[in-house]
Write a protein that binds this ligand. Sequence first.
Ligand code: NAD
Length: 507
Amino acid sequence: MMSGFMEYQMFIDGQWTPGLTGDKMEVINPATREVVATVPRGGREDVDRALASARASFESGIWANKSVEERAQVLMNAAMLVVANKERLAYLESLTSGGTIRRTTTVDIAEVAGTLLLTAMILKELPQVEHTFFSPPWVAPMHTFWKREPVGVCAGITPWNFPLILAMYKIAPALAMGNSIVMKPASITPVTTLELAKILTDAGVPPGVINVITGPGSSMGNYLAGHPEVDKIAFTGSTEVGRQIAHQAADTIKRVTLELGGKSPIIVLDDADMEVAANMCLLGFLFHSGQVCESGTRLFVPRRLQDELVERMISKIKKMVIGDQLDMETDLGPIASQEQLNTIDRYVHIGKEEGAQLAYGGRQLTEGIYEKGFFYEPTIFINCHNQMTQVREEIFGPVQCVIPYDDVEEAVAMANDSIYGLGGGICSTNISRAQKLANRLRTGTVWINTWHVLRPDAPFGGYKQSGYGRECCYHSLLAYSEVKHICLDLTPDGDDKLMNLLIGSNR
Ligand code: NAD
């Protein structure tokens, strides 16, 4: 396994490129706070330069004019290279984001390679041209068809929790449809997006079609999001920043997809298998130590079952290994940053102050192997109600809020009483009953008796303030294309029927 300090540059126009400011940002291992890499702290000139490169590549047609088969082949080549570089990518992803190596080597790599492969397959099947026949008496015979074209220059802005997967959810459909793209990864986890750009270039993506710039979101990301050279922006991150981006995009009517925050409800029904429920609820809030947008963090449970379910969850938590994310035996890695650790702790304090009852955890781990890193105990609050701050707001950490209910109608109403609508779930042994309730949850995804199962061939996205647009599947390919209608007069002989209608046939 590789190790040692790494000094990265930006990736612009097919080349490793130093930042124009000369400033650097440090990338740390969140389990040890050790600086493992540096990247350029880019500024506005770097954004301009990357967008100019993307624009030039787009206008040249070097990628956009390639056939569907050629673009699909490059995506498939890239999938093979991702698999060939699996160890390096998974290691870097774990090292910098805190995700466990057991997960990154399996789930993350499979999802990244799978997204490339499936996008290539869907691209080849997606109708690029559609025809129609329309021949009313007032026009001559026309050949009328419409075709898909790329949007142009796209900007992708991603958060720090799943840098590889979330970058690929944008890059694959953008490239598939012939766009050029500039990616801006989160400041604390830029390394694997840079590595992806190099892999895609090695796979055959021409210079300028994929660019990665590094720098702070508040200055560089903000400038990118409002830039007139950007035709489409694809943003994954907090609802707060998503709102700003939607405002900025409005000035030049950019195409926008927003994948934002969540506070996803799990409804355990009274007929649920308690073992299944305990597993589902733990998976829901502890995957990647809770730093997942679709985490199930509002747990509605029949009042009489609350104690039994929570006891089962706690006994499983006690067996979990929390520690070094690079160790294959670790179940829960560190929180990604000091800032996020502070946020989690602040919400736990608010929960206590607002009267939620702490059933487990509730503190930062600071001793022994945890001394230098950002570790937080899995935390369960019970006897919460749906109006408490820590129940309403996204925490983005390993904190579960259990809300007992007496009537399932009340549970559904509370589940939908949220500004968010990303994920939702039902736990029940009665599948028909669960499906009926799934239809009533106002969320982009509903899991029944499981959680977090995302697939590159299934659409993912949010209702309400969890965003708009869908990633993955053919939905994302549509979102990276414009539709052009071409209408061709098949018999242009000077006798234009529509013109005659306008000016009268005698004149
Ligand atoms: P964030 O919104 O703070 O940052 C996301 C990205 O935006 C980063 O690259 C950041 O540098 C950049 N950014 C920050 N301010 C900006 C600005 N003013 N203009 C342009 N770019 C700016 O989010 P985060 O803390 O990195 O990630 C956690 C959030 O992401 C959570 O809310 C989580 O729910 C959300 N998320 C959503 C999904 C999804 O698919 N819906 C997936 C993962 C994470």
